[in-house]
Design a protein around this ligand. Structure first.
Ligand code: NAI
Ligand code: MG
Length: 366
């Protein structure tokens, strides 16, 4: 039977960029004999409008069964005043939590044609290709105790950074596995100098490395130095593995090494299912971009590269992922630019659909 995909296009530009991905999925079925069984459903504000909840139980159940979920984006001004419990983002958080997607992959890759967009000088970023692996389901965002309470006559805000050995081990394994498919190097970042959870993090990563991945080159770095090194000389890294909080900050910083938000894909992976594939959700890093919704201006590349990650990490089709990434690189080299990719000197932008057309044409020529 064909591999299964659940498409949750969501709100705002989500459906616009996902349309281009659907055409690419169809292309793979027609031209590469890789048919997918696709189902579509609602997430976020559109699900709230229909069901009164940002993620219906039936949708959640479907997400648990498919080989991979592709998500567009959620949210928008229309939903800003909703109660926290039904906010669009809650749909996304529920997916991550119930699918137990503990390993968040955020590539920072710099396409040569866009190197001048980086916040850094061209020679520091041209050809950059690193992967940040962020632990996504534990750490200070979830640890107990938490809350705000009174101590004497003043308020105290409390969060707890808590990591179990097994939580560290599983995200470390996912980073080592990735490194083996790339340049075979992992840099683990924490603050073992000031945090107990950091001491344990370093111990567990070191143990897993010695026992199971001695062939991979491992280094350790304090996360604050890591932030500095990322903007000083990012090409020194291959895979970076770090906790939830540091990963949030470091991956956003790394993102800006590469230019536009419209270019950034991500994957969130969990444990292997019965068929050996990991639980998986693929989505662009950007949001629903209400300021450009409905105008045909959205850059579909982040969502398209997210599908390339699905080909690589869920469907064992690395060569086909390479083909799609090369098609994107080709159209950029040929000068195709959505509005977000035009520099201060301007130029004439193409539409979302025209960018999709160009990538399909490059695929045809590949
Ligand atoms: P945003 O990512 O939606 O937009 C930030 C800026 O980048 C805007 O100027 C937008 O036009 C531009 N942009 C984003 N994606 C683009 C693309 N593909 N092509 C061209 N330009 C693009 O972040 P913002 O404005 O902070 O949030 C808007 C809404 O999206 C909010 O409701 C927020 O909660 C939600 N959001 C959802 C996320 C998700 O679904 N994972 C992530 C971030 C925000
Ligand atoms: Mg962030």
């Amino acid at each position: 039977s064909n591999p299964t995909l659940l498409i949750l296009a969501g709100d705002g530009i989500g459906p616009e960029v996902m349309n281009e991905v659907k055409r690419i999925i169809t292309w793979y079925g027609d031209k590469r004999d890789m048919p997918f069984d696709i189902s579509e459903d609602l997430v976020g504000g559109c699900a709230y409008d229909k069901h009164g909840t940002p993620l219906h139980d039936d949708t959640m159940a479907k997400a648990q069964e498919v080989d991979a979920v592709l998500l567009g984006a959620v949210g928008g001004p229309k939903y800003d005043d909703l109660d926290f419990s039904v906010k669009p983002e809650r749909g996304l958080l529920r997916l991550r939590k119930e699918m137990d997607l503990f390993s968040n992959l955020r590539p920072a890759q710099c396409f040569d044609a866009l190197a001048d967009f980086s916040s850094l000088k061209r020679d520091i970023v041209a050809g950059l290709d690193i992967m940040i692996v962020r632990e996504l389901t534990s750490g200070v965002y979830f640890g107990e105790p938490r809350g705000i309470h009174l101590e004497g006559n003043e308020r105290v805000g409390i969060n707890t950074q808590r990591y179990t050995e097994s939580e560290i081990a599983r995200v470390a394994r996912s980073a080592f596995e990735l490194a083996r498919r790339r340049s075979n190097r992992v840099c683990s970042m924490e603050k073992a100098n000031v945090m107990e959870s950091g001491v344990l993090w370093r111990q567990v990563v070191t143990e897993i490395h010695e026992k199971e991945y001695a062939d991979v080159e491992l280094s350790h770095m304090y996360a604050d130095n890591g932030a500095m090194q990322l903007v000083r000389n990012p090409k020194q890294f291959d895979v970076i593995v770090t906790d939830n909080l540091f990963g949030d900050l470091l991956s956003d910083a790394a993102a800006m090494l590469t230019g536009s938000l419209g270019m950034l894909p991500s994957a969130s992976l969990g444990l292997p299912m019965a068929n050996g594939r990991p639980k998986a959700l693929y989505e662009p890093v950007h949001g629903s971009a209400p300021d450009i919704t409905g105008q045909g201006k959205a850059n579909p590349i982040a969502c398209i590269l997210s599908f390339a990650m699905a080909l690589r990490y869920s469907f064992d089709a690395g060569a086909e992922a390479d083909r799609l990434e090369a098609a994107v690189e080709q159209v950029l080299a040929d000068g195709a630019r959505t509005a977000d990719l035009l520099g201060p000197e301007g130029g004439s932008p193409i539409s979302t659909t025209q960018m999709g057309d160009a990538i399909l044409a490059a695929l045809d020529a590949s």
